[in-house]
Design a protein. Structure first.
Length: 192
């Protein structure tokens, strides 16, 4: 991810979320194995949003959300799952985009070992994606321009984007800040 290709991350989360669709996540494991996946579903959150972790201001947990764009915000939820977000917007403004699902491109066998699942069940949800890609809080604050986890913005991205309301939250469920590629089998839940 170069400075020129990552400038879109400086925008509002609700604008960055659909632009992240089609981007590639590349994870290099300590063994040297490389995992790659195409982002196919995202959700936006920012500090004006009651569903956002940044809504109540900066805390030790959410400090990364207020940092520079292009870093990873990873949190632990329900006492068992990790979820990861790409920080967006200007420094000092708490915003990030949750990566809800990716389409595996490379390293599916390794993902399956961690997930004990195959096919669409590998990465069709935010916690499933993190488990498959071995993403945990040790990567919280990681700069996505550097290994072992990189965001790659391809020159061309294709797919019909669906915009809809968010899922898996209890407040602000009616906010239409979830985006996904229509007909992609790895999307966690579709509205069609």
């Amino acid at each position: 991810m170069s400075n020129t290709t990552s400038r879109f991350l400086d925008g509002p989360a609700s604008e960055v979320a659909p632009q992240l669709l089609g981007c590639i996540i590349e994870r290099t494991l300590p063994t040297g194995t490389i995992l790659r996946g195409r982002i196919v579903e995202t959700e936006a959150y920012d500090q004006t949003d009651t569903a956002s972790h940044s809504y109540k201001g900066k805390t030790p947990r959410t400090e990364i959300m207020f940092g520079p764009a292009g870093h990873l915000y990873v949190y632990f939820t329900y006492g068992m799952h990790y979820c990861c977000n790409v920080v967006t917007g200007p420094s000092g403004y708490g915003a990030a985009v949750l990566i809800r699902a990716v389409e595996p491109l490379q390293g599916q066998e390794d993902m399956a070992l961690r997930r004990s699942r195959h096919g669409r069940e590998l990465t069709n949800g935010p916690a499933k994606f993190c488990q498959a890609f071995a993403i945990d809080t040790s990567l919280n604050g990681h700069d996505l321009q550097t290994p072992p986890l990189k965001l790659i913005v391809p020159l061309e991205r294709r797919g019909e984007i669906v915009q809809t309301t968010r899922i898996g939250i209890s407040t602000a469920k009616d906010v239409p800040w979830r985006f996904y590629y229509r007909d992609n089998p790895y999307v966690s839940k579709t509205n069609s």
